[in-house]
Design a protein around this ligand. Sequence first.
Ligand SMILES: [Zn+2]
Length: 406
Amino acid sequence: MSVDVQPSHVDQIKQINIGLVYRLIDQYGPISRIALSKKAQLAPASITKITRELIEAHLVKEVEFPELGFRGRPAIGLKLDSKGWQFLCVRIDKGSVVFGLRDLSNHLIVEDELLFPVSENQHFLDYLIELVDNFLFRYQSLLERLTAVSVTTNAIIDPVNGIIHHSPYYDIQNLSLCSFLYQRVGVPIFLQHGITAWTIAESLYGAGKGSQNIIQVVIDDNVGVGIMTAGKILHAGNQSVVEIGHTQVDPDGERCYCGNTGCLETVVGIKNILLKAQKSARQHPDSLISTTTSLTVEFFCQAANQGDLLATEIIRDVGERIGHIMAIMVNIFNPDKILIGSPLNEAKHILYPVIQQKITQLSLPGYSEKVDIAATAFANSGTLPAASLIKQSLYSGQLLLEIMQG
Ligand SMILES: [Zn+2]
């Protein structure tokens, strides 16, 4: 570091270094200061200073290693100290909200799913803060130091400014969610698109761990994609998301809520697949699908797994359509891994080979050969994606500095 560095750059370097040290202690702890210095490529004096600050803030603690160190004394290592540090995760779904209280090691302390029947902007905010207050009051005996709130939702959002522009589920526009919650709760507030946050969670502790280039496809009621390229989540810092669900695949198809017709989501969204299966079952009385009046996706996958021709045919059609779009994305992003997050993973031995075949057929052989298709480690529920935003901010040093400055 040269002496004429701007103070803001010094702060930035401090933030990056403290985040790096915290991440290494999280990943390798208990770890000695010497090993930490090597892995972080920072001078021992810097490590001593940073770890002292983290220890004083009760974010890191010293523990004795089981093995013996220098001159037979027990070696001293560092590990994270998560006790008492908590954050609140909020997942806003269609008509419901999930609250999860977690500690900094991501351990889930308590989780509640509540109905969220709201109409417009002010009603949305008022009802949400009422639910937050009630949740914190209900579990006040479990509550310690609340450090942040993290919100995820599948909507058009601006994560940097904390705004929900539009939601497919609620009649809200340009809602300044983060500044409102910050005024009321008084801790840093994070907001991210549900699929983007899910991809971050998979890359940190799930099926994408260790990969630098990931495409995650979600096939659920919503159809979407999250992309990580060279270790960075694409568009995590701005309001655009990579959009595949609203790509027209059937010009004569159904009208979609986005205003177009025949979007991918109207064809391969789970709700639409089930409707299609039920409709087709009337012409196929021999299909297992026709034996039920309330078709679930679990039953649908089981039928396919038992060799039901109709269910198999519909899953193959989903695979071809998804594979077609994936092939183009493989050529653009050259991923190591394609993760599939879907209830259709129950029938993945039918779905994945069709996607694989399409990719092989349509994209550059050098790229398609190395792609590995795998199921996501986590389901499309719960508050782990929201929790991963907190972890990400700790690793970047941003939230650490805010916590340490109290
Ligand atoms: Zn659409």
